[in-house]
Unconditional design. Structure first.
Length: 85
């Protein structure tokens, strides 16, 4: 998929960034009680930097005010030479 392709490109010595737009779906055991929520997040991968995987995003909570992001998150980590994030 797109994330795996980005990891391969960055691990090969490049830099890859992208915006992912999709849905956060609950586990099957909770899908009757928990709505599916829209999610947007950006991720950048750079091989060789101290912090080589970073990004941010939000979930737009379907049970809250429409269009108001309520769950914000940040991503920070490392991309290893073998492609592990």
């Amino acid at each position: 998929g797109p994330v795996a392709d980005a990891v391969v490109a960055a691990a090969a010595g490049g830099h890859c960034s992208g915006m992912w737009i999709g849905e956060a779906r609950p586990d099957k055991e909770f899908e009757q009680d928990v709505p599916t929520n829209p999610i947007r997040w950006a991720l950048s991968l750079c091989c060789g930097a101290a912090v080589s995987a970073f990004g941010a995003g939000y979930f737009d909570d379907a049970a809250d005010v429409p269009g108001e992001p309520v769950l914000l998150f940040a991503l920070r980590g490392s991309l290893e030479s073998d492609g592990a994030v």
